[in-house]
Design a protein around this ligand. Structure first.
Ligand code: MN
Length: 248
């Protein structure tokens, strides 16, 4: 199922409120002005969107099963447990929750980040799409990052140099330009108060050992090269289009 179909099915197309349907809470149909309390099942584990063996041999089936079915599911469960009974504020979306997260609120920072980051990760790993960035995305990569080769170098280096667990990002920064960064743990560029460089992520690469260790062991750089060869650039372009108003 492509993103357009997904948006149509979930009724989120054209709302402009959410980056993607899985970012909303389960009762998001109540609208952006809804206030009240988070429910005990506010967020749900999104489907992987493809077979767990679809990325083999670049990324093995056991890793995908555990990563989606155990790790990501755990972030969703702990996020819901942490949110239950708390005030939703004005928005009720995961994006807003992360943009406003207090750095000391570890339960939301870690598990909300974990839910957002992995949802993005499955989306950009979905098999299909062009092998290289196209259209507006390619033009912006040329404009802001010196072309796709320099981007790939910078992105791979960001992932390789992230000490311990974390993520590498391609994101739209506060100046409206594309930028590459890395963050520790489950932080991401949405978390304005937690990260040095903030903005809207459109591509994320998990460099936690659980993302690659069964197959690649300590060879993180090999996993990174495999990841870059698997990116669904149509998914990244769709993210860019969703956030097009932020580009300057
Ligand atoms: Mn992970």
């Amino acid at each position: 199922m492509d993103k357009r179909t997904f948006l149509k099915i979930t009724g989120a197309a054209g709302t402009g409120v959410l980056l993607a349907p899985w970012l909303g809470c389960a009762d998001g149909s109540k609208g952006a002005k809804e206030t009240g309390l988070w429910g005990a099942e506010a967020f749900e584990l999104p489907p992987l969107g493809f077979a767990t063996d679809a990325l083999a041999p670049s990324l093995d089936q056991a890793t995908m099963e555990i990563h989606h079915g155990k790790h990501h599911a755990g972030y969703v469960r702990k996020l819901n447990a942490a949110l239950a009974g708390r005030s939703k504020g004005a928005g009720g979306s995961l994006v807003q929750l992360l943009q406003e997260v207090n750095p000391e609120d570890a339960a939301i920072r870690n598990n909300g980040g974990g839910h957002f980051n992995h949802s993005l990760y499955w989306e950009v790993l979905r098999p299909g799409g062009p092998a290289l960035p196209e259209g507006n995305l390619a033009q912006l990569i040329d404009r802001d990052l010196g072309g796709v080769e320099l981007f790939a170098e910078a992105f791979a280096a960001a992932g390789a140099k992230q000490f311990g667990s974390g993520w590498a990002w391609l994101f739209i920064n506060q100046d409206g330009a594309l930028e590459v960064s890395s963050t520790p743990n489950q932080d991401n560029p949405l978390m304005t108060s937690c990260v040095e460089r903030s903005g809207t992520p459109i591509l994320g690469m998990d460099v936690w050992e659980h993302a690659y260790y069964l197959q690649y062991q300590n060879r993180r750089k090999d996993y990174i090269q495999a990841f870059l060869s698997m990116v669904n650039w149509a998914s990244v372009s769709a993210r860019l289009e969703d956030a097009a108003g932020q580009v300057k």
